[in-house]
Structure formats: structure tokens, C-alpha cells
Design a protein around this ligand. Structure first.
Ligand SMILES: NC(=O)C1=CN([C@@H]2O[C@H](COP(=O)(O)OP(=O)(O)OC[C@H]3O[C@@H](n4cnc5c(N)ncnc54)[C@H](OP(=O)(O)O)[C@@H]3O)[C@@H](O)[C@H]2O)C=CC1
Ligand SMILES: O=C(O)CCC(=O)C(=O)O
Length: 480
């Protein structure tokens, strides 16, 4: 498959093409242009916001059953086409075909979950402190949401922002990430094919200028952002200046603690999955492996063997276990952090070298670095690539202190057979999500998702929690 797609913006239900100066490349073979794209700016964002505003009234007033049916149909279509869309995803983002198809199926299930949530939205009846007065709370749509999404889950993240927004009667303008517009477009096209009225979901393709214009637009009522901490901080500042709702999901520096009593084979499998699958490009990836003395040497030796054995290759080759980095810049970041770790005294036990295959792609060797210090840059800054470092600790208490000792707090894991330590970790880990005997990455789609500290800001995403961001609670008092 070497076809090049010609993408358009979607505004008011129409495809708006313009010239196509942008492109997305196949990171597994950079000679292939996956899609040519228009490059929007403030003018296209304004048009899209106007279309979303015009569609808001009728969509907010539509029966929840209408909204539910459209989401359900879109979920069915996406599930039926998961192989083709997953292939496009893998070709554009670089995760393996199994991961691409799996993510597409996950997006389909998210659409179906929120088809159900559209019908389950409810308020409360409460007694008043005043006799004869009744109180009811209602959840109402908010208005127009701006959605700014990253490349690493190019269909699941758009789905988990669009689906709750429109299920509860809002309309949206989405900006997909620069490297993965074609995958996002596949979702937008399917939503329209499922019967979505024009203007309910609008998409403007472009770079950071499009994101900035969405954040600054006075008629955008709320912004949901996933991406880097640096850009997220600017998004929050821009939104707050004009008192728009804002929700941010940003980086992680997720710890995985391995205690002496861990089942070694299981601990190695959990670390391998959390650190290296999806090329380590998950905000939930385990990038710090905090290992207790007694098991340390056996654990790192066994993990290094597995890391060395990982087959890196073209994302579409079914034998590939780890695809390339998404862009040259992400590959360079991984290389830079390997050097930073070495300079800080770390010892590379697996990978660590430049990797060339039989085709031009942004391939990186999965890399394990041992003997690193807890406060070294490799252990405090997000890499967002297939690079994991280990920190040796003497006790559970030391492990917990190291795990909590960074400015991020998204996901945190522990591998242990001790119920006492597992329960204590669930209570005291400063992270939004804790995992016991499971990888830090790879979450369910029907439960709240988010972190603490600099990882997240605002109400939780996904599951039943999504209603808190995408609805307005009104409190009504009445007397007979
Ligand atoms: N927590 C998470 O889930 C994720 C975290 N990251 C982190 O982000 C780093 C870089 O990845 P990247 O995707 O480039 O993340 P960015 O934060 O740069 O981008 C995220 C989204 O914001 C857009 N954007 C860029 N600049 C602005 C701006 N000034 N105002 C509004 N929107 C803007 C991007 O557009 P464009 O793509 O066109 O630049 C993209 O759609 C990674 O190394 C990783 O640390 C990345 C992905 C997911
Ligand atoms: O680990 C997961 O399943 C989700 C990760 C994620 O949302 C992200 O990396 O942006």
C-alpha cells in the first residue's frame, strides 16, 4: 500500500480542500507520503467555530436517542473497518499492525460506550432545607468544544474526546496532530457516514497556529488538550484568560517498582510491555524501573535479553514487534536521552546504538540503561520513546519515595506478591492511576483516566467521569 490520500478540512459537514502544502509521511518508509493536507489557520478555525455554533442549538435539542444511534452506527462502521483503518494508522503513526488494529477497535468501543452514556445522563432530586421547596440538578450541554489531540493515539484520543462531547449535546472543532491527520480524518468521515449532521464535528488541519486559534477563539466554550506539558501550560493560560473550561492530559515519567518478592518472569513481561510496546510513545509508558536489591541483577539481565530480542521493523510487517518512532524529531529525542543517560553515569545494557534497516525509516533500538540515579535527567524528564532506565533501591519505602519524587504523576505500577505493599502503594503512590502486577500502560476505555501534579489538569477524561467536563450542572429550585 503506497497510496497518497488527499485530505481536506471538514467544516459544516463539507470537505474544504484548498491547496495542500502539508503532508504526513510513513515513519517506516519515509519515501512514502501517506497524505497531502491543507494547512489551516485562524480563518479556517473561525469558519469551523461558526459552523459548530450554528449546529449547537439543534444538536443540543435533539433527542438523546438520535445522538446515541449515530454514535452506535459509527462504532459499528469503525469496528467493521478496523483492519483497513488500523492499517492506515500503523502506516501513518508507526505502531505495529496489531497495535493499530487494536487501537481502532478501542476507538469503536469508545463510540459505542458513549452511545450508551448519551441515554444514561441524569441529574438528582434533593430535599431543600426549606419546607415545600424541591431541588433538582440537571446536566446540560455546554456549547462548542475545541479538541487538540496528539499523534500517539491518533484515533483513540480523538474518539474519547469527540464521543462524550457530542453524546451530551455539544459540538466540536478538532485539530489533529501534524504527523497523523489521515487517521483522524477516517474517524470524522465515518461519523458523517453514520448520519452526523453537518457542523456537529468540524476538523481543521494544520500546525500549532490552528491550536492557538482554537484556544483564543471567544466562541469556544471549552478546550480539551492532550500533548506535551509545555504546550499544555500555554493552552491553560490562554483558556483561563477568557475563562473557558479547560482539561489537559500531558506527560508522564511513570515508575514501575519491582520488589524482591516479585515473580521474576512476570515482572520482566510487565516491564517489557510498559516500556517498549507502541515504541514507548505512550504517556503511560514505564520509563523508570525501580528495582529492589535482591532481585535487581537477575531482573535487569532477564529484561535486557528480552529487549535485545525485540524485532524492530516496518509497522506493517506482521513479524514486527516494535515499529519506528513517529518522526525524525522523536527519534532524535530518544537518541539525545540515551546520550544524556550515559553522560550521567548510566550503563547501556541493551540497545543504545543508531539503527539502520533496509529502508529509510525513523527506527530506534529499544534501549535499557542501568545504574542510573533517581535525580538524573533520564529519570526526571519525559523521553517518549523506547528507552527505559533502572534505579536500584534497598527497600519498599525507598522505592515509593523514588516513584513519587518527580513532577509527573500519571500512572504508577508495582510488581509484588505482598498484599501489604500492594495496598499501601495504591494509597500512597502520587499518581492518578495505579497498577498492581500490571503494566503502567494500557488502560480500559470505560473508566476515568488522568493524573496528578504536572501530568493532568482539570476534570478527568473517559468513562462516566467525562460528563463532568462536557456538561454544565444546573440547580433548579421550585415551590408548589
Ligand atoms: N500525554 C500524552 O498523551 C502525550 C504527550 N506527548 C508529549 O509531547 C511531546 C511532543 O509531542 P507532540 O505531539 O508534538 O506534543 P505537542 O504538545 O507539541 O502537540 C500536541 C497537540 O498540540 C498542538 N499544538 C502545538 N503547538 C500548539 C500551541 N502553541 N497551541 C495549541 N496547540 C498546539 C499540536 O499540533 P502539531 O502536531 O501540529 O504540532 C498537537 O495537535 C512528546 O515527546 C511527549 O512528551 C505527546 C503526545 C501525547
Ligand atoms: O496506555 C494507554 O492505554 C493510554 C495511553 C495514552 O492515553 C497516551 O499515551 O496518550
Amino acid at each position: 500500500m503506497t497510496e497518497t490520500l488527499e485530505l481536506s478540512h471538514w467544516i459544516g459537514g463539507e470537505k474544504i480542500a484548498g491547496s495542500r502544502p502539508g503532508e504526513s509521511l510513513n515513519p517506516s518508509d519515509t519515501r512514502q507520503v501517506v497524505a497531502r493536507t491543507p494547512k489551516g489557520g485562524a480563518a479556517e478555525v473561525d469558519q469551523a467555530v461558526q459552523a459548530a455554533r450554528a449546529a449547537f442549538g439543534p444538536w443540543a435539542d435533539a433527542s438523546p436517542e438520535v445522538r446515541s444511534d449515530i454514535l452506535d452506527r459509527a462504532g459499528t462502521l469503525l469496528m467493521e473497518r478496523r483492519e483497513a483503518v488500523g492499517r492506515l494508522l500503523s502506516r501513518e503513526e508507526g505502531k505495529t499492525l496489531a497495535e493499530g488494529i487494536g487501537e481502532t477497535a478501542r476507538a469503536a468501543r469508545i463510540l459505542k460506550f458513549f452511545a450508551g452514556e448519551a441515554l444514561r445522563l441524569h441529574g438528582q432530586n434533593l430535599a431543600s432545607t426549606r419546607p415545600g421547596v424541591e431541588i433538582q440538578t440537571y446536566r446540560q450541554p455546554v456549547g462548542v468544544f475545541g479538541l487538540i489531540t496528539p499523534w500517539n493515539f491518533p484515533i483513540a484520543i480523538p474518539a474519547w474526546k469527540i464521543a462524550p462531547a457530542i453524546a451530551f449535546g455539544n459540538t466540536v472543532v478538532i485539530k489533529p496532530a501534524g504527523p497523523t491527520p489521515a487517521t483522524a480524518e477516517a474517524l470524522i468521515a465515518i461519523l458523517h457516514e453514520a448520519g452526523l449532521p453537518g457542523g456537529v464535528v468540524n476538523m481543521v488541519i494544520g500546525d500549532g497556529d490552528v491550536g492557538r486559534a482554537i484556544v483564543a477563539h471567544p466562541d469556544v466554550d471549552g478546550i480539551s488538550f492532550t500533548g506535551s506539558q509545555k504546550v499544555g501550560a500555554g493552552v491553560a493560560e490562554g483558556a483561563m484568560k477568557r475563562q473557558a473550561r479547560v482539561q489537559l492530559e500531558m506527560g508522564g515519567k511513570n515508575p514501575l517498582i519491582v520488589l524482591d518478592d516479585a515473580d521474576l518472569e512476570r515482572a520482566v513481561a510487565i516491564a517489557l510491555d510498559g516500556s517498549f510496546f507502541a515504541t514507548g510513545q505512550r504517556c503511560t509508558a514505564s520509563s523508570r524501573l525501580i528495582v529492589q536489591d535482591g532481585v535487581h541483577d537477575r531482573f535487569v539481565a532477564a529484561l535486557a535479553e528480552k529487549v535485545e530480542a525485540l524485532r524492530v521493523g516496518d509497522a506493517l510487517d506482521p513479524t514486527t514487534q516494535m515499529g519506528p518512532a513517529v518522526t525524525e524529531a522523536q527519534r532524535q529525542t530518544a537518541y539525545d536521552y540515551i546520550d544524556i543517560a550515559r553522560d550521567g553515569g548510566g550503563r547501556v545494557l541493551a540497545g543504545g546504538e543508531r539503527l539502520s534497516l533496509d529502508k529509510p525509516g525513523w527506527y530506534v533500538q529499544p534501549t535499557l540503561i542501568v545504574d542510573t540515579q533517581a535525580d538524573a535527567r533520564i529519570n526526571t524528564e519525559e523521553v517518549f520513546g523506547p528507552v527505559a532506565s533502572t534505579i536500584r533501591v534497598a527497600s519498599y519505602e525507598e522505592a515509593l519515595a523514588v516513584a513519587n519524587g518527580v513532577e509527573f504523576g500519571l500512572s504508577a505500577g508495582i510488581v509484588t506478591q505482598s498484599l501489604k505493599h500492594a495496598r499501601d502503594f495504591q494509597r500512597r503512590a502520587r499518581a492518578g492511576m495505579t497498577m498492581v502486577n500490571l503494566a503502567t500502560a494500557g488502560v480500559d476505555y470505560h473508566v476515568p483516566f488522568g493524573g496528578t501534579k504536572k501530568s493532568s489538569y482539570g476534570p478527568r477524561e473517559q468513562g462516566f467521569a467525562a460528563a463532568d467536563f462536557y456538561t454544565l450542572t444546573k440547580t433548579s429550585y421550585s415551590a408548589g
